[in-house]
Design a protein around this ligand. Structure first.
Ligand SMILES: N[C@@H](CCC(=O)N[C@@H](CS)C(=O)NCC(=O)O)C(=O)O
Length: 233
């Protein structure tokens, strides 16, 4: 177990990708301090933020007690979860077989569930024109992915067996299931998993962090200008 003396800096905005990290920090009991990155106002383009997160996306962390006792910054939520999991030995097993199980479901979330659900949100809620082909494509793909999770959870409590960073990565993307056009009653094992995790005290605390900053982007034209249509700078 690691003893963390100085708080981890969390560069954060309350969205499904941000929640992954508050969930981890709350579950592991690590001290952290909030650095809000208002992505609707363009703070993700501040040079000081780009230095630690060159993809202009949050979350990112700075751990003042990194390897060798020196500070380290990490961007990409999956990489942050793995870093914290390796550092503390919690929610990320060191046994290679168990770790491979977690990694598969973590990467499945990072490359599949997150991006596809994000596109479903975009075309269902935010796009200025309703494009039926795009809405169907992403709603169907999320439906398929929910089916994959539902089958996986038929004979185990959590995605990789024990509660792990793979569940922490996925839960925030199942939370807005209604905005993705999905009904959890169609996926009973997934529904049981969702309700179990959402009832954990650390998850309840994590989802409350910075909730006062949450805005409905569908109604925020200024944020849409910042967030949509970005090109290389
Ligand atoms: N693959 C990245 C995705 C992060 C991401 O998309 N973050 C969004 C909010 S959920 C963001 O910061 N958007 C700012 C922007 O689009 O400029 C990760 O998992 O960390």
């Amino acid at each position: 177990m690691t003893t963390q003396t100085k708080p981890i800096e969390l560069h954060y905005w309350p969205t499904p990708n941000g929640w992954k990290i508050t969930i981890y920090l709350e579950e592991a009991g690590l001290p952290y301090e909030m650095h809000y990155v208002n992505i609707g106002k363009g703070e993700q383009f501040e040079p000081s933020f780009l230095k630690i997160a060159p993809n202009n996306r949050m979350p990112a962390i700075v751990d003042p007690e990194g390897p060798g006792g020196q500070p380290i910054s990490v961007f990409e939520s999956g990489a942050i979860l793995q870093y914290l999991g390796r550092k503390t030995g919690q929610f990320y097993p060191s046994d290679e077989r168990a770790r491979v199980e977690v990694d598969q479901w973590l990467f499945w979330q990072m490359g599949g569930l997150g991006p596809m659900a994000g596109q479903a949100h975009h075309f269902r809620q935010y796009a200025p024109e309703k494009v039926p082909y795009a809405i169907d494509r992403y709603t169907n793909e999320v439906n398929r992915l929910y089916g994959v999770m539902n089958r996986r959870l038929a004979d185990r409590e959590f995605l990789a067996g024990e509660y792990s960073i793979a569940d922490m990565a996925s839960i925030g993307w199942v939370k807005p299931h209604e905005n993705q056009g999905q009904d959890l009653n169609d996926f009973p094992n997934l529904k049981r998993w969702f309700e179990t995790i959402m009832a954990r005290p650390a998850v309840i605390r994590a989802l409350e962090v910075g909730q006062e900053h949450r805005r409905n982007i569908a109604e925020d034209k200024e944020a849409q200008k910042v967030l949509f249509g970005q090109r290389a700078r």
